[in-house]
Design a protein around this ligand. Sequence first.
Ligand SMILES: Cc1cc2nc3c(=O)[nH]c(=O)nc-3n(C[C@H](O)[C@H](O)[C@H](O)COP(=O)(O)O)c2cc1C
Length: 181
Amino acid sequence: MSSIKLLGIAGSLRQASTNRGLLRAAQSVLPSGASLEIADLLDVPFYNADLKEIPESVKRIARQAQDAQGFVFACTEYNYSMAPALKNILDWLSRLPDTPVLNDKPAALMGAGGGMGTSRAQYHLRQTCVFLNIHPLNKPEVFSNAFAGGFDEQGNLTDQKITGLLTEQMAALINVIKQKA
Ligand SMILES: Cc1cc2nc3c(=O)[nH]c(=O)nc-3n(C[C@H](O)[C@H](O)[C@H](O)COP(=O)(O)O)c2cc1C
């Protein structure tokens, strides 16, 4: 049975997302004893403080986040910053009454995009992590090109170099979690 749980969140909603492909690749290279669930953001509405009830979709992801000892963020980049779907769920999770589901947990950051591999967006995400008190790993950084043949048509990762980096990164994340326990 897995003893360490991770939650993966990608910033893209599209079916053949390369960023969700990165999360699936991360699932396949996890050290033994760890598991990674991937959050489904399709039914998450935009954050609105006027909503009287927390939406069921947000409650579902909040439970996954609560159970997780660490996060894996696949940081889709739109217009040089993180895509709204990722920012939106972080905003929701940061506003749950009495439930600090993000606080003081480590995270691995990765992303697939244009030539800069979502590095600009990932650095914005790091800034958001400061306020949320999430601890992103410094190394290895995973910046992958979605347009250079490293993914198949379904968004599955085929690039061996990035697979190697993900292997290293997942091992580093699990080590940090074990050291904290
Ligand atoms: C509105 C929009 C803005 C984008 N801006 C950027 C950008 O600033 N940097 C970048 O690397 N890619 C940018 N892209 C390209 C995305 O990185 C690319 O579509 C990528 O495949 C999206 O991730 P996905 O495969 O997980 O859906 C943009 C795409 C869209 C739709």
